[in-house]
Design a protein around this ligand. Structure first.
Ligand code: SF4
Ligand code: SF4
Length: 497
C-alpha cells in the first residue's frame, strides 16, 4: 500500500444557484491579467448545454483522456510517441472561437461622444485586437437556455436518449436545466501531466494539486489536448500554459480557495482523501461500468489503523491524517456514496466529485396524461424526472445508471425523512421504509442533512495544515523510489512553482 494524501472536492449540484460568484472570485484573483482574459479556470455551465470551451466533451474531436488497448492504458491521441507528428500543427486544440474572443466596451465613448441626436453607446471592443467586434459567443453564452435547439440539444450527454425523450426535453412543459460548476479536477491519473514533453506539469506530493511549472513550459500545448475536461489554458502573451492552482497559496495559509470561500449556494466541499497510489494504473484500466467502484476502492479509510500506519511511514503528517478523518469529501464520496466523478470514462481519475441533481418530476407525460404522484414504487419520480436518468448517467456514470440511481434514491429518501420530521405531512413509517430501500438509516439521514443544510464554512472546508518544507525533504530522500514508478507524473512530486 502506497498511501498518499489529496485535497479533494465535492460540488452539490442541488445547491448550486448558477450565480457565477465563484467564477468572478477566481477571475479577479488569477486571470484578470493580459493574455489570460479569455480564461475561466472556474466556470459554471448550464446543462443540458455545450459548455466552455464549446463541446469540450467531444473526445472524437479533442482526443483527451486515456483509453485501454490490449489491456494497456494509453493516452487517446497525445502520447509522447505520437506527439512528435503534431509538433508544428496540433489539430486537437480548441480555437479562440471555441472559447470566445474576450471583449470590453468602449466606455470613453459614453463621456467623449460629440453632441448629437442619439444617445452614445459603448460598443464591444476586442481585448485582443483593440478593434470593435460583433459578439458571437461567450463563456456563458448558453446560460439558462434549457431546451434550446442550438445549445441544449447539442449536449454530448444526450447520446442514448430516445427521440421521444429528446423531444420532451425541448417541449415547453418539460424544460429543465441545472448548473454545472467546473474547475480542474486535480486528477490522480492526469493526462495533462503525462502528455507534457517538457515535464512542466506536475502533481504536488503533499496534496495532489496539479500545477504548471512556468519556467519549464515550452508551449507544446499537448496538455490542452490531453485534458479531456479542457482545464488547461494557453496564455497568448507569455506563451505558457496555465490552469487552476486550487488557490494553493491560500490553502497553505489555512484559507479556503476563493471559489469555495465565495460560494453563495454553499455548494462546495473540500477535504483530504487518503488513497493508495499503487492502484492508480489498475483502477484506470477497469471496464467503464466498473470504473466508479475501482476509483472508490482506491480511497482509504483514514481511521483504519493499518492505513494510518502506512500513511505515517510514507511521511504523511499526523495532522493531515486527522484532517482526512474530518473530511466532508470522504463522507460524501466513500461513506454515503452520494458524490460521483464526472466522466470517469476519460480515466484520469478526477478528484472532484458531484452530487447529481434531483430534477423536478414532469407534470405531463405523453399527450394529456398526468403522472400520478402516488405510486407503489417509492422512487418512481426518479425515473419520471424531467431530466432523463440516461443523461445523468452519461455525465456521472460512464453511461451506466446504477451509481447515479443509488445516489438519487438516497437524496430523495433523506428529503422525505426530513419532511416527515419537520413538516409532518409525510408518514414517518413510509419515510423510514424509504431510507431502508435507499440503503440508508435515520442516523445517516441526519448526518447527511446536517452536512448538506446546516453546515458552516468550517464543516464544508477542512484544510490540513501545510507541511511544505517536510514534504520537499521527504521527496528528496525518496526520489529514487519515485523515479521507478510506472507513471511519469509521480516523479514530479514536491516541486514548487
Ligand atoms: Fe489535468 Fe485532470 Fe486538471 Fe485536466 S482536469 S488539467 S487532466 S488534472
Ligand atoms: Fe454555484 Fe456556488 Fe458558483 Fe454560485 S458560487 S455558481 S452557487 S458553485
Amino acid at each position: 500500500m502506497n498511501v498518499r494524501s489529496q485535497i479533494s472536492m465535492v460540488f452539490h449540484l442541488d445547491k448550486c444557484l448558477g450565480c457565477h460568484t465563484c467564477s468572478i472570485a477566481c477571475k479577479n484573483i488569477w486571470t484578470s491579467r493580459k493574455g489570460a482574459e479569455y480564461m475561466w479556470w472556474n466556470n459554471v455551465e448550464t446543462k443540458p448545454g455545450c459548455g466552455y470551451p464549446t463541446r469540450w466533451e467531444n473526445q472524437e474531436k479533442y482526443g483527451g483522456g486515456w483509453e485501454t488497448s490490449n489491456g494497456n492504458l494509453r493516452m487517446k491521441s497525445t502520447g509522447k510517441g505520437r506527439a512528435i507528428f503534431n509538433i508544428f500543427h496540433n489539430p486537437r486544440l480548441p480555437s479562440l472561437d471555441d472559447y470566445y474572443e474576450p471583449w470590453t466596451y468602449d466606455y470613453p465613448e459614453l463621456f467623449n461622444a460629440p453632441e448629437g441626436p442619439d444617445q452614445p453607446a459603448a460598443r464591444p471592443v476586442s481585448k485582443i485586437t483593440g478593434k470593435l467586434i460583433q459578439i458571437q459567443a461567450g463563456p456563458n453564452w448558453d446560460d439558462d437556455l434549457g431546451g434550446s435547439p442550438v445549445y441544449a440539444q447539442n449536449d454530448r450527454n444526450l447520446v442514448g436518449l430516445t427521440d421521444e425523450q429528446r423531444q420532451q426535453l425541448s417541449s415547453i412543459e418539460r424544460l429543465v436545466l441545472f448548473y454545472f460548476p467546473r474547475i480542474c479536477n486535480h486528477c490522480l491519473n492526469p493526462a495533462c501531466v503525462a502528455a507534457c514533453p517538457s515535464g512542466a506539469l506536475y502533481k504536488r506530493g503533499e496534496d495532489g494539486i496539479v500545477l504548471v511549472d512556468q519556467k519549464r513550459c515550452r508551449a507544446w500545448r499537448f496538455c490542452i489536448s490531453a485534458c479531456p475536461y479542457k482545464k488547461v489554458f494557453f496564455n497568448w502573451l507569455t506563451y505558457k500554459s496555465e490552469k487552476c492552482i486550487l488557490c494553493f497559496p491560500r490553502l497553505e495559509t489555512g484559507q479556503a480557495p476563493a471559489c469555495f470561500h465565495s460560494c453563495v449556494g454553499r455548494a462546495r466541499y473540500l477535504g483530504v482523501l487518503l488513497y493508495d497510489a499503487d492502484q492508480i494504473e489498475t483502477a484506470a484500466k477497469h471496464r467503464d461500468e466498473e470504473l466508479i467502484e475501482a476509483h472508490r476502492s482506491m480511497i482509504l479509510d483514514p481511521r483504519d489503523p493499518v492505513v494510518i500506519q502506512a500513511a505515517l511511514q510514507n511521511g504523511i503528517h499526523s495532522s493531515v491524517i486527522e484532517a482526512a478523518q474530518k473530511s466532508p469529501v470522504y463522507k460524501f464520496v466513500k461513506e454515503w456514496k452520494l458524490a460521483l466523478p464526472p466522466h470517469i470514462e476519460y480515466r484520469t481519475l478526477p478528484m472532484l466529485f458531484y452530487i447529481p441533481p434531483l430534477s423536478p418530476v414532469m407534470a405531463m407525460q405523453g399527450k394529456d396524461k398526468l403522472v400520478e404522484n402516488v405510486s407503489v414504487n417509492l422512487f418512481h419520480d426518479i425515473d419520471e424526472a424531467r431530466l432523463p436518468m440516461k443523461f445523468l448517467a452519461n455525465l456521472f456514470g460512464a453511461g451506466h445508471e446504477g451509481k447515479v440511481r443509488y445516489a438519487l434514491r438516497k437524496v430523495k429518501a433523506v428529503r422525505w425523512y426530513r419532511r416527515a420530521v419537520t413538516v409532518g405531512d409525510v408518514d414517518m413509517a413510509t419515510a423510514e421504509h424509504m431510507l431502508r430501500e435507499a440503503d440508508s438509516s435515520p442516523e445517516e439521514a441526519e448526518d447527511i442533512y446536517r452536512l448538506t443544510s446546516l453546515c458552516a464554512l468550517e464543516d464544508r472546508v477542512v484544510i490540513p495544515p501545510a507541511h511544505r518544507e517536510e514534504t520537499i525533504e521527504r521527496v528528496e530522500d525518496t526520489a529514487e523510489h519515485q523515479t521507478n514508478h510506472g507513471f511519469g507524473f509521480l516523479t514530479e512530486l514536491g516541486r514548487g512553482m
